[in-house]
Write a protein that binds this ligand. Structure first.
Ligand code: ZN
Length: 259
């Protein structure tokens, strides 16, 4: 099992990060991807895979982080991102994307410019793109219909689109991953979307420390909870998924083995 999206570098794990990792491996995980939230995180993340190759990293700017960064610095941050991707350590570009609620601090025009820059970097470095899209699907659809998906692939993380929207993203070539909300007893929308996803485009994640699965709602989430998300997906699709999710993850990230 590989957790394709967890923020283990954030401060909420500072006190017990090693114990969190030990619980992940004990739960049967064999790898995880830590996508950066913002420029301050990049240098530290790049040192992680050399210490433990099971932990792989991605570099980007999360749209919810943009309101905390002066717009005047966007170009400098993106130039530095380009240079750091050159080292070949990061296995993807992200987290990046579009966020409806963040429009108040970072207008959609700026979010789209920064997202477009990430797409260009993914193309230039031939890396897959890890995308956050929350309450901004019309903007993302419109963008992707015009610009297309980077050749190395695009993963819609913690997918929140409707069942109607899903085939349109699939036709564009997108991959999809799901997190805790799909395990909630009242979950309908993510399960309806899940059933529309081509089997070879499906992945799984925890998005820790956020989005804890049932019955851990209200707690800090961690990668050891990944089996709960897989189990809920298996119940919905009525087939075993572990092998399929693993193969999809290796193929998407362009690896024959994880570590
Ligand atoms: Zn995230």
């Amino acid at each position: 099992m590989i957790d394709t999206h967890c923020h283990l570098d954030v401060a909420r794990f500072d006190a017990d990060r090693d114990a969190v990792l030990r619980r992940a491996w004990a739960a049967g995980l064999t790898g995880l991807v830590v996508p950066a939230i913002g420029p301050d995180a990049w240098e530290a993340l790049l040192g992680w895979p050399a210490r433990d190759a099971r932990v792989q990293v991605a570099l980007g700017i999360h749209p919810q982080h943009l309101p905390q960064l002066p717009e005047a610095d966007d170009a400098a941050h993106l130039a530095r991102l380009d240079a750091l991707l050159e080292s070949g350590v990061a296995l993807a570009v992200g987290e990046c994307g579009l966020d409806g609620p963040s429009e108040a601090g970072a207008p959609m025009a700026r979010q789209l410019r920064v997202f477009d820059a990430h797409v260009q970097l993914a193309r230039r470095h031939r890396l897959p793109l890890l995308v956050h899209c929350y309450r901004a699907h019309p903007h993302l659809q419109r963008y992707l219909e015009t610009a297309g998906v980077p050749e190395a692939g695009l993963l819609l993380h913690s997918y929140s689109g409707s069942a109607e929207l899903t085939p349109r993203y699939a036709r564009l070539g997108c991959h999809f991953s799901f997190a805790g909300p799909l395990t909630f007893p009242e979950a309908r929308r993510p399960l309806d979307a899940l059933r529309k996803i081509p089997p070879e485009r499906l992945m799984v994640e925890t998005d820790a420390p956020d989005q804890p699965p049932h019955p851990h709602r209200g707690e800090r989430n961690e990668p050891a909870h990944l089996p709960l998300v897989i189990a809920a997906m298996e119940r919905a699709l009525e087939r075993p998924l572990s092998a399929e999710l693993h193969a999809n993850t290796l193929r998407f990230f362009g690896r024959e083995r994880w570590s």
